[in-house]
Design a protein around this ligand. Structure first.
Ligand SMILES: [Zn+2]
Length: 231
């Protein structure tokens, strides 16, 4: 059965296991696949899939804390949150999120730059990124024609605002790189990454998130902007 996270089976060398864990720790873990600017940061990105073919995944957003979990049903496992929602905790009900793969310029620990693929996370609501992008799509018929800047102001729960604005200047990404990056994206791969970032609550099992490690996509020994890290 497919598990939501990858075990460390491919790294039998103890040092490799620790190096992998170190890389994971420094890169912020699987959550780093989900695009999230820091306070004051602006991320230049190019969306690789239209919203009409974006991957929709049901997620549980836990009330009042900035954490969510993929619904177990997405992975074919019994979902603890769905059970609790059914039992009366209606705030735990799953809601659809759309994940769009984007090309972004990434920097590793040594400051080397390359092009990476990350996921833009969208959910329904007033003034959300979804609302803003959906309007752009309705007006222009595409979200893949231009780069966007994804920025954030504020760091608290209440005062944080996210903005996504089209960049009318030429794309900073080469067309061939975008084509290559887009071709590596599949709904299964996206679902896998989301499950790694936000593990499900599985009834009757130990927490899966702590015992496992995912492949980091930090680039080693490459400064070429032609190189796309493994997603
Ligand atoms: Zn669920």
């Amino acid at each position: 059965m497919a598990t939501p996270t990858q075990a460390i089976t491919s790294h039998s060398n103890p040092l490799d296991i620790m190096r992998q864990a170190q890389k994971q720790a420094l890169s912020g873990g699987a959550k780093s696949y989900i695009l999230r600017p820091k306070d004051g940061e602006s991320i230049r990105l190019h969306i690789l899939q239209e919203m009409t073919s974006g991957t929709v995944i049901y997620m549980h957003r836990l009330a009042d804390i900035p954490y969510k979990a993929i619904c177990g049903n997405e992975l074919g496992v019994p979902c603890d949150y769905c059970a609790r929602a059914k039992a009366g905790e209606w705030k735990l009900q799953a809601a659809p999120f759309m994940y769009l793969p984007c090309a972004v310029a990434v920097e590793d620990e040594s400051g080397k730059k390359s092009i990476g693929v990350r996921l833009l996370e969208l959910y329904a609501g007033k003034n959300t990124l979804f609302a803003k992008l959906e309007k752009f799509f309705s007006d222009n018929g595409t979200v893949c024609s231009h780069d966007f800047a994804y920025s954030r102001k504020g760091s608290g729960q209440k005062d944080t605002t996210y903005e996504i604005t089209v960049q009318l200047s030429a794309s900073i990404f080469k067309p061939a790189v975008l084509t290559q990056a887009a071709s590596s994206m599949t709904p299964d791969r996206i679902r896998e990454r989301v499950a790694e970032a936000f593990p499900p609550a599985i009834s009757g099992e130990d927490e899966v998130g702590n015992a496992t490690v995912v492949e980091s996509n930090v680039v080693e020994g490459s400064s070429s902007d032609e190189y796309i890290p493994e997603f």
